[in-house]
Each structure stands twice: as C-alpha cells, then as structure tokens.
Design a protein around this ligand. Structure first.
Ligand code: C2E
Ligand code: CA
Ligand code: CA
Length: 511
C-alpha cells in the first residue's frame, strides 16, 4: 500500500515549530495585548522574558543535536542517538516539509573477513568503512555503528528523496567503501549490501520503526548479496516474522525428529551399481510440509545449532546404512555434509568414531562432504587436523561443489581429499555445449593426474549422464537418476534399480 509522502504534523511537531522561532511572528500582537492588559510593567517583563526563553529553548535543542556525532566527524553515534536523531528529523520534516530515510549498511561476509584477517583487523576495517561512509554524506547526516557490526545512517531533512534517489545513494555508499583497504600487510576488498527505508514507507513515523524497517531490508539484501540493495517492503516484515517462528521451533524440531535426512543415490559409472547415498537434511514441518535446507540452514547457523543438526543427520545416515545392510543391500557408503563450524569442533573425530562404533560400522562406510569454499578459505589448523585424523581413520573426504570455490591443489592435498564432486554448473548441458564439455574434461583429467576419484553432481538428463561417464567420471548423482527421498522409499527404489540393472546386463549378454 502506497502512502502519501507528506508527513502529518503531530503535537510534538507543533511544539517544535514554536521552539524553532516561528512563534516570533506573533510577538508584536502579544506585546500590544500585554501593554493593554498589564501596562508598562507587563510590556517590560515580556520584552525581557521572551528573548531569554527563546535563547534557553534553542540552546537546549542545539546541545541535544550537537551531542550526536555528525557525518564526516570522527567517532560514530550510538544506536540510541541515531534513533533520537531520526525522531527529531521526522518531527522537523513534519513541520517544514521534505522527507528523510534510514539506511543500514552490512558486510557481505563478515565471518570470512574475521576468519582470514582476525578480529583486530576486522575492527580496523569496520572503523575505516564507517569513516568512508561519513565522507560521502552531508554534514547533518548521522552515522551510527550497530552492535551487529553494520552501520546505520539517518539523513538530515531533504526536499525530495524517492526510490530512485535512494538506490543511487545506496550504490554511491557501496562504491565509497569498496576501494581496496590496506590492513597490516594485506589488502582487504570490503563489499557491503544496503537496505533502506524511506520515511513515507516506514510502518510507523518513529525513529525506531524507520531503523527497524531499514534493518529488515538490509537482512533481505544480505540474503541476496553480495553487493545487493533492497528497499523496505511490508512483506519483508512478514517474512522475518515467519523466520522468527521457524527459529523458535527449530530446537524442538531437531529433538522430536521433525528434521531428518533424505537420501539421494550415487551410481558407479563402471557397473551401474548404487555406490552410495548422500544424506540431505529435510524438515518435516507439521503445517508447512517439507522445508528445504536452504530455508532453515542459515537459522541453524545463527542459533548455534549446527552441532545438534550434525548429530541428528549423522545418526539418521548411520541408521539408514544399518537398515540397508540388514535388508541385504550392498551400499558401500553414506555421505554426510559438514559445515565449517562443525568441522572446527576439536572433538569431531572422536565423536564420529564413537557413533560408528555404536552402529558397528567401519569408518570406510562414512564419507565427509566438505565445501570447496571451506577448503579454499580456511587456514584453520583445527579443520586440517580433524580431516587428516578422519582420513587416517578410514573415512572418505569429498570436496563438494568443486569449481566454485577456488581451492588450491596444495589445500586439496592438505585437507586429505579423496574424491571431487564436480559442481552442477559445469555438468549442466555438457552433452550439448562444447565449452561445458571441455571444462568437465579438464577437471576430470586434473583429478586423474592427482589420483582423486570423481563424482558428477546434478545429472539431470541421459545425455549428461552418458557424457560424464564417457569422459571418465567415476560416479554420478542427480535428479536424472533419482531425487532425494525418505529412507523408507529407498528400499523400493534400490530394488527397482537393481532389477533394471540385472535386466540390462542380461539383455547385453543376449546380444
Ligand atoms: P549439496 O551438498 O551440493 O547437495 C546437493 C543439492 O543439489 C541438494 O539440494 C540436492 O537436492 C540438489 N540436487 C541434486 N541433484 C540435482 C539436480 O539434478 N538438479 C538440481 N537442480 N539440483 C539437484 P538440497 O537438498 O536442497 O541441499 C542444498 C544444500 O544444503 C546442500 O548442497 C548442502 O550444501 C546443504 N545441506 C543439505 N543437508 C545438509 C546437512 O545435513 N548439513 C549441512 N551442513 N549442509 C547440508
Ligand atoms: Ca553435498
Ligand atoms: Ca554439491
């Protein structure tokens, strides 16, 4: 719903109007009335009291404003000061016309900055970024540093500030902070996303509401980043409330078995046999149905529940392996995805060994999937040591989404990787697009040289399946073979797949 951009005056706005000196136009009339009613004494009292009163009120107001650091000056306002300033500006524009806005600027990858450069460097980057923001603003604008490591900006009254101006301003702020920043002996390339709310779009004409709406837009921008810009829309508040509800139910969902793994098969290209299953988390929500990991994994990270999710998925994966064994299916291994924070747990090898022993399974039956971005970024000794110990124990280590994260060959070796998962972005259309085919061929030949096994992800068509097999890829996985399914469905699927495979072998023998 679009609202009128003019802002209605309130009682406090009228007071502010008087304080701002507009009452001076009434002074001659008041003086004449005072003289008529109270004679010379009343006139004299008014003549002394009026300037004193205006001076005191005006001074008080100036003191309140001056205590908030303005853009371009050193130091930042606090969140409370920014909200106060927004309230004042909203009152001003209600009286004098014009409008304002609140912007929130957030770093696209704060954790990566901290991981790579350390907390001290991060603090310096934040400081310099805030200063750069200040330089690109006008004197009356206010920059506040938020506890979440972002920045919020309140704008001094401005005659016109529409969506187009605001997007241009956001882009200007982004480019003002994106110049390379020398920190110690390294260069940091800060990248930020920006959310904003124009005064006439705020849920309520209050500073706190304007800041909250800009924050909501910044969260949305961050989810769509890097370098995204989003204007506040009321649907964003609804989506945030939905997420808050999901977050509140997350721990209970993990405890009561609503979150469990589904399984997607992997086939050997040599024999066509099922060589393994990848465990993929699903939330069986009582009202919303099946929720995909993209929707709840960020909440899991935010709420510090990664370890709990890991335990639930690992337990589900090892139970499934035992059930396949008991049903007489020969499934060599199950693969489980591990996040960077889980891999940073120094007790991880011990925990995995304990779980494997509990199910009487040998370590070679479990493969740990690690994202290429984790391997590429991390100099984290705990992750390196954990993976080395797990590899030594006999677990497989798969490098997930290969080709998207720029891992060096040195890191592939350091992280004891055994198998590469060629990302779907290379596999798609590799049967019809020669460039794609060349990329897949290059990756496979690199892996062969390094003695690494391979699996192609996201196989959707028989053409893609045949092409990667012909190029020498060892395993395949994708919707073209089967979508992820609940463990109960895997038994029927395996039986049908085996029956089809035996039929194909017999057919091949007859020919
Ligand atoms: P991933 O590990 O790369 O998993 C493959 C994703 O691609 C899965 O999405 C799968 O359903 C999807 N996929 C498989 N074949 C095809 C295909 O042919 N075409 C297309 N378009 N997609 C295909 P899903 O299950 O939504 O998982 C998304 C991501 O969430 C996973 O990507 C993984 O990074 C993460 N994830 C899933 N489960 C867990 C978990 O238990 N723990 C952690 N840490 N991450 C998980
Ligand atoms: Ca994976
Ligand atoms: Ca993947």
């Amino acid at each position: 719903m679009k609202r009128d951009s003019s802002i209605r005056p309130t009682a406090s706005a009228l007071l502010s109007r008087l304080v701002d000196g507009e009452a001076l136009v009434l002074l001659p009339a008041v003086s004449v009335a005072a003289f008529w009613l109270g004679g010379e004494v009343a006139l004299l009292t008014l003549a002394i009291a009026a300037p004193v009163a205006f001076a005191l009120i005006g001074w008080g107001k100036r003191v309140r404003r001056a205590s908030i650091p303005s853009a371009g000056l050193t130091g930042f306002a606090t969140e409370t000061q920014l909200v106060e300033n927004l309230d004042t500006v909203l009152n001003d524009v209600a009286v004098h016309g014009g409008t304002t806005a609140c912007f929130v600027v957030v770093f696209d990858d704060l954790e990566m900055l901290a991981d790579r450069h350390g907390r001290l460097a991060l603090d310096r980057v934040l400081m310099r970024t805030g200063e750069r923001l200040g330089v690109s603003l006008r004197a009356g604008d206010v920059v506040a540093r938020l506890p979440s490591h972002g920045f919020a900006i309140s704008f001094a009254p401005i005659r016109r500030f529409d969506l187009e101006n605001a997007v241009q301003m956001a882009a200007r702020l982004q480019s003002s902070v994106s110049a390379p920043l020398p920190v110690d002996d390294m260069t940091v390339h800060p990248s930020v996303s920006v959310g904003f709310c124009l005064a006439d779009r705020a849920p309520a004409l209050l500073g706190a509401s304007l800041l909250d709406a800009a924050r909501c837009a910044a969260d949305e921008a961050l989810r769509n980043g890097p370098c995204a810009i989003r204007a506040y829309q009321p649907e964003m508040s609804r989506r945030r409330a939905d997420r808050a509800e999901l977050r509140a139910g997350l721990e209970a969902a993990l405890d009561c078995g609503q979150i469990r793994p589904w399984f997607q098969p992997q086939l050997s290209t040599d024999t066509g046999e099922v060589s393994g299953f990848e465990a993929l988390a699903r939330w069986h929500h009582p009202e919303r149905g099946i929720i995909a990991p993209s929707e709840f994994l960020p909440l899991v990270e935010d709420t510090g529940l990664s370890e709990r999710l890991g335990e639930v998925i690992l337990y589900g994966a090892l139970s499934a392996l035992t059930r396949w064994d008991n049903a007489g299916h020969r499934i060599a291994r199950v693969s489980v995805n591990f996040s960077a924070s889980e891999l940073r747990n120094p007790h991880l090898p011990y925990k995995l060994k304990w779980e494997l022993d509990r199910f009487s399974l040998t370590p070679d039956r479990l493969t740990i999937e690690v994202l290429e971005t984790v391997v590429a970024r991390s100099d984290d000794d705990v992750i390196v040591t954990n993976l080395a110990q797990l590899a030594k124990l006999g677990c497989g280590i798969d490098l997930d989404d290969f080709g998207t994260g720029q891992a060096s060959i040195v890191n592939i070796r350091r992280f004891a990787v055994r198998r590469i998962k060629v990302d779907r972005c290379f596999v798609m259309r590799c049967d019809t697009d020669p460039d794609q085919k060349r990329m897949v061929a290059a990756i496979l030949s690199l892996c062969e040289q390094l003695g690494l096994s391979t699996v192609a992800e996201g196989i959707e068509t028989p053409g893609e399946h045949a092409t990667v097999a012909q190029l020498g890829c060892d395993h395949v996985q994708g919707f073209g073979i089967a979508r992820p399914m609940a463990v109960e469905e895997t038994f029927g699927w395996i039986a049908r797949h085996e029956a089809g495979r035996q039929g194909a072998i017999r057919f091949g023998q007859l020919r």
